[in-house]
Design a protein around this ligand. Structure first.
Ligand SMILES: *[C@@H]1O[C@H](CO)[C@@H](O)[C@H](O)[C@H]1NC(C)=O
Length: 306
């Protein structure tokens, strides 16, 4: 018996060692991308920390414009309405199973907000899991967004949507999974006046897993999309339209239908567009290593602290 257990253990140990992660060049604990611009994004750094476990306490804690860190302990069940987050706020989950289900966050006419290490799931439409409206300097990092593909495609809205002139956003090291319409940047074909020259967003080292479309869909804006893993994307991946400029590099596409589209109202990506440089330093990982790197380091439970 002991020998059997020991040999089973050794066998497992051998397998565990064999599944090595490719060497990573990019740091996992550092803000990179468009949210570093326009003065940078620090969230609630320097402010007081409040720990919350109820919806009412969460709602109260994230309002107001003074710097603050709001830690969520456990999964809070939402009421389907948005939770409005004030300026200079960090919302962070404790451990690997803290966040919100059945509701979502919104930053409206705000600035300097960080969402990190949160489990966010199943917010019924029209509430997105995170919506950024007319807001600047937002960092969405190391969260896990989960819905399901069993409901109708409009049952949930977006996992992470940005609109009405939002600007300077970084979306890094998240897992977006089991969802129809993942991330819409630019809410309508008619908002060019407020969106053109804005909607500058970086997506890097995210794992898009079993998503139907919009990883992301981009209208009018400027997106830099590098070292993401597109993994079983069912209908379309990056959708650059309405004159959006998209620089797409070092991504891995696995079993992804229509990985890059530019056919709707004349979108542009690097093959056809003019966006070839971005105003910040960054480190890509090789496309062939991205799946392994992102599997090891994206989503909740990978970074601690703020
Ligand atoms: C939050 O920041 C925005 C953008 O700077 C500003 O317009 C707004 O007045 C701020 N809100 C508060 C309550 O200070």
């Amino acid at each position: 018996m002991l020998f059997t257990r020991l040999s089973t253990f050794l066998l497992l140990a051998v397998f565990a060692t064999a599944a090595t992660v490719d060497r990573r060049a990019a740091p996992i604990d550092q803000l990179v991308g468009f949210a570093t611009q326009n003065g940078g994004t620090t969230g609630g750094a320097g402010g007081a920390t409040t720990t919350v476990t109820t919806l009412a306490a969460l709602r109260a804690a994230v309002t107001g414009a003074t710097a603050k860190i709001v830690e969520i302990n456990g999964i809070i069940t939402g009421d389907g309405e948005t939770i409005d987050v004030g300026n200079h706020t960090t919302v962070v989950g404790i451990g690997s199973n803290s966040g919100v289900t059945g509701g979502g966050f919104r930053v409206k006419k705000g600035t300097n907000v960080i969402f990190r290490n949160l489990q966010l799931s199943k917010s019924p439409a029209p509430t997105d899991l995170i919506e950024l409206q007319t807001s600047t300097n937002i960092w969405v990092d190391h969260n896990t967004f989960t819905s399901d593909l069993t409901h109708d495609k409009d049952f949930y809205d977006g996992q992470l949507d940005m609109n009405h002139g939002t600007d300077f956003v970084t979306v890094s090291w998240n897992v977006f999974q089991q969802h129809f319409k993942c991330s819409l940047v630019g809410g309508s074909d008619n908002t060019g006046d407020e969106d053109s020259g804005h909607l500058r967003v970086t997506y890097h080292h995210n794992h898009f897993l079993e998503i139907n479309s919009r990883t992301p869909s981009l209208r009018f804006g400027t997106a830099h999309i590098y070292s993401n893993h597109f993994d079983n994307v069912l209908e379309s991946g990056v959708d650059s339209r309405d004159g959006a400029q998209t620089l797409i590099e070092s991504n891995q596409f696995t079993n992804t239908v229509d990985p890059i589209e530019t056919t709707l109202n004349g979108g542009l990506c690097v093959a056809t567009g003019t966006l070839t440089t971005v105003p910040y330093a960054y480190t890509t990982d090789a496309a062939s290593s991205v799946a392994s790197i992102v599997a090891a380091s994206a989503g909740v439970g990978k970074v601690t602290g703020l």
